[in-house]
Design a protein. Structure first.
Length: 271
């Protein structure tokens, strides 16, 4: 489980920090998706909370094969490091013309960690059309802390992302991202496999940092999303800067002086 071939770049990490998600389209090959559909239909045996990843899934299991794909393993290592623990997993199935749209929610109680985060992997073994529903998420919402379904009263937000993807797509989510499964209005059952991972090491420079000085890093971190109000959007960028400082160890990093001015506490006494 230590494969590091597919490590993320700094630009990709900055995109994750800004958006709260990272999408890898069609990274699982077709023959594995066929196996995956059968495995999910049969369900995946439960794993106790906090089981080390290396012992969570049998060597011949589909889940193990999925997590050992180089691009999947590399992205997971970049986000949570080596040997994370499995918090839990779940097979989500929406029957044809079945189910209701989930309220917009985060997957946990208010989480106040400013320098660490859990990651949720979502695997889609089949192509997901707009009619099939997929998962709705709100880019850039992950650092606006809520308690579970505090946002459930909101039906639609500007700039929300309705997942439409090819078969074999894997999406990594920050644990705080606002999201919700949509109802399935198609004639096909929709499957999704979710695993939540807890880091066991400090999440600092776990990715390929050779492009850390690429100007596109700052561009990604400075992204603005349509649901932001002009003033409150500044708070999201402020929190991204704090997270990027924690991830890189660069306490001097800033965008437009946001954190520098707020953290200014001079200690020199005036003559």
């Amino acid at each position: 489980m230590g494969n590091r071939e597919g490590l993320l770049s700094s630009v990709q990490m900055a995109r994750f920090v800004a958006r709260g998600s990272l999408r890898l389209d069609a990274v699982v090959p077709p023959e594995m998706n066929t196996e995956g559909l059968a495995a999910l239909a049969a369900d995946v045996p439960p794993v106790p909370y906090g089981t080390p990843l290396s012992t969570a899934y049998a060597a011949d299991s589909f889940a193990r094969k999925l997590l050992e794909l180089p691009l999947v393993a590399g992205a997971l290592h970049s986000l949570v490091g080596p040997e994370p623990t499995v918090d839990h997993h779940f097979v989500h199935i929406r029957e044809p013309h079945g189910g209701q749209a989930q309220p917009l929610h985060g997957d946990a109680i208010i989480d106040v960690r400013p320098d660490a985060f859990d990651v949720q992997l979502m695997y889609f073994p089949q192509a997901v059309s707009l009619e099939m529903g997929g998962t709705l998420s709100v880019p850039g919402s992950h650092l606006r802390r809520i308690n579970e379904s505090d946002t459930g009263r909101y039906q639609n937000l500007r700039g929300q992302d309705r997942l439409v993807c090819p078969a074999g797509t894997v999406v990594f989510l920050h644990h705080g991202l606002w999201h919700g499964g949509r109802r399935n209005d198609s004639d096909t059952a929709r499957y999704m496999f979710k695993i939540r991972f807890n880091p066991t090491v400090r999440q600092r420079r776990l990715w390929d940092t050779s492009d850390l000085d690429d100007p596109r890093v700052a561009t990604e971190l400075d992204a603005v999303f349509p649901w932001y109000e002009p003033a409150t959007g500044r708070l999201e960028r402020y929190n991204r800067i704090l997270l990027w400082r924690a991830l890189t160890g660069d306490e001097g990093f800033d965008l437009d002086h946001w954190v520098t001015r707020v953290s200014n506490r001079p200690r020199r006494e005036s003559a």
